[in-house]
Design a binder for this molecule. Structure first.
Ligand code: SF4
Length: 256
């Protein structure tokens, strides 16, 4: 038994060292397996405006995509152009987005972003980030109050199609279980995997990992018998008992 335990730890260590040496290759092979299983995630032909995407991502914090989508639609219905939010009382924004939860905090973040951008450009716009390199754009956007690295990186991926993979709790958890990273927070996972992300696959990698995390590799207990990555996964507590599977295919940020 002890010998079995030690050979398993050696295997996991070797797998981790391999991932560390070849993270780019490993990301490509994880992506291939996920794409075979879930397909290529659908994407609108015209990518969303960066400010639309930033506001939608603020609304999506700590809630599900269905509720944040409703909040986004409410806001859009009342304010067809973001410039109509300039000078609006924060309470009015709060009322429109209540369904997404944390309404006070999110309304304040949206108002801060709108006020900041309208001072800079007269009408609020994030178009200037199109001309920045990804690291510069991240630096600028994370200076807005209420905008962290995850929100800013979603703008880069979903709106500007950069080779940047945002990291939420699902992406952080699954990549740690698989063994691609050994990190203690989504921010650290983001820095690890985005040092040199492979070209052209960030959207499918990110979106399919979220589906994996919602439907199969769930937080409480993974359903490893249904997992396309089972052969390459280093997680020592795999669970082959449960057959339960959820549907997590609706993605807010591809519906903005
Ligand atoms: S094999 Fe299990 S633990 Fe590993 S990624 Fe798949 S579901 Fe998660």
């Amino acid at each position: 038994m002890a010998a079995l335990g030690s050979s398993l730890s050696e295997f996991l260590l070797l797998l981790f060292l391999y991932f560390m040496k070849n993270p780019k290759k490993k990301i490509i092979s994880i992506n291939d397996k996920l794409r075979e299983h879930f397909g290529v995630p659908p994407r609108a032909e015209k990518l969303p405006d960066p400010l639309d995407l930033l506001i939608a991502t603020i609304l999506s914090q700590n809630t599900n995509d269905n509720n944040s989508y409703k909040a986004y639609q409410n806001l859009r219905k009342k304010y067809s152009k973001w410039e109509k939010l300039v000078g609006v009382d924060v309470k009015e924004i709060e009322n429109e987005i209540r369904v997404a939860g944390l309404a006070k905090q999110k309304a304040a973040s949206i108002k801060n972003v709108i006020d900041f951008l309208s001072e800079k450009n007269k009408t609020p716009s994030l178009d200037f980030v199109r001309d920045l390199k990804s690291n510069e754009a991240l630096e600028v956007m994370t200076k807005f109050p209420g905008v962290g690295i995850k929100t800013a990186s979603c703008v880069l991926l979903f709106s500007l199609d950069r080779d940047v993979c945002p990291v939420d709790t699902h992406v952080h958890r699954t990549l740690n279980r698989i063994g691609l990273v050994k990190t203690s927070s989504p921010e650290k996972t983001f820095l690890e995997i985005n040092k040199d992300f492979p070209h052209g696959i960030a959207h499918q990698f990110h979106t399919n990992l979220i589906r994996l995390g919602r439907e199969i590799c769930t937080a409480k207990s993974p359903h490893c018998s249904a997992c396309p990555l089972v052969k390459m996964c280093a997680y020592p507590e795999k669970n082959f008992e449960s057959k339960k599977k959820r549907n997590g295919s609706f993605m807010l940020l591809d519906s903005v």
